[in-house]
Design a protein around this ligand. Structure first.
Ligand code: C2E
Ligand code: MG
Ligand code: MG
Ligand code: MG
Length: 283
């Protein structure tokens, strides 16, 4: 009987593994033509400046709608795009869309909003990337300091020789660098010393713990103090409740972003987005 069970377990695992592999292959196959078929859409999530309580800009977050594989989350398709090298053209698409939108949105509201765009490791190997950034800024009439690139420590950890070069070229261009998901990695601190970052994003996993968990609160307090002493602005990601927001504000956090204000939304909705009145009242 146990032999029988063993066999079943075995076939159960292979069936699951097969399905996983097939889905991955299907995603990969579909990803190849996705740009040409216009299946991507850039969504935007507002960032709120806690000092003046106004929308200061947005983060661009990619969405993919494909009829065969359905909705696939970025956490699932970005690594595949990265692995296949497709992230190079896809990343350029995101940047071009995001900057064009930034220009449109800023003109409509007569505000100099900022735009944050995520970068993944492979994009650093793209020889023409920095030149492309320059061209996009020019054609969209956006000054460099209004563009932020969000980089996780994964980018820096790979030890690609091109990373130093690209980061200093971006620095020289005047665009801002933001350390994404701070606190989740092993050596983010040493990278902060090594590279010229302007902003630090406290990872959502810490933000979600701050109201209930003293340790998370202590960590965020220390992170904010450390960041400020290095002249970095602190962005809290994944703010979902008024209590979290109130506490982050008291701790001196500069910028907040999260479902409390808005989920990532399409360009048209972002253009019409207004902060809830109660935010003005609450904190
Ligand atoms: P990230 O850059 O850390 O982005 C934050 C993620 O948290 C986003 O997930 C966002 O929708 C989600 N989020 C924001 N506020 C809240 C909140 O209050 N609660 C919760 N539960 N979640 C919140 P998303 O859009 O699924 O993206 C996941 C990751 O995929 C991003 O993490 C980023 O690393 C990557 N990604 C997304 N778009 C791009 C892109 O255009 N290029 C690259 N290279 N990576 C991208
Ligand atoms: Mg990000
Ligand atoms: Mg993040
Ligand atoms: Mg994160």
């Amino acid at each position: 009987q146990s032999k029988e069970q063993g066999r079943n377990t075995y076939s159960f695992f292979t069936k699951q593994m097969n399905e996983m592999i097939l889905r991955r292959l299907e995603i990969e196959e579909q990803l190849y033509g996705a740009l040409e078929r216009n299946e991507f859409e850039v969504y935007y999530q507002p960032k709120i400046n806690l000092k003046d309580r106004k929308v200061m800009g947005a983060e661009a977050l990619l969405r993919w709608h494909n009829p065969l594989v359905g909705q696939v989350a970025p956490d699932e398709f970005i690594p595949i795009a990265e692995h296949t090298g497709l992230i190079e053209p896809i990343g350029k698409y995101v940047l071009a869309q995001a900057l064009a939108f930034l220009n449109e949105w800023s003109q409509a509201h007569r505000q100099d909003y900022t735009m944050a765009v995520n970068l993944s490791p492979r994009q650093f190997r793209d020889q023409g990337f920095v030149e492309f950034v320059k061209e996009c800024l020019g054609s969209c009439d956006v000054t460099p300091e209004r563009l932020e690139f969000e980089i996780t420590e994964g980018v820096l950890m790979i030890g690609q020789s091109c990373v130093d070069e690209v980061l200093s070229a971006l620095n020289a261009l005047g665009v801002k660098l933001s350390m994404d998901d701070f606190g989740t990695g092993y050596s983010s601190l040493s990278y902060l010393r090594q590279y010229n970052f302007d902003l630090l994003k406290v990872d959502r996993s810490f933000v979600s713990g701050i109201t209930a968990n003293q340790e998370d609160r202590d960590l965020v307090t220390a992170t904010i103090a450390m960041a400020h002493s290095l002249h970095l602005d602190v962005v809290a990601e994944g703010v979902e409740t008024g209590e979290q927001l109130k506490l982050l504000n008291e701790l001196g956090c500069d910028v907040a972003q999260g479902y409390y204000f808005s989920k990532p939304i399409p360009a048209l909705e972002m253009k019409a987005f207004k902060l809830k009145e109660r935010f003005e009242v609450e904190c």
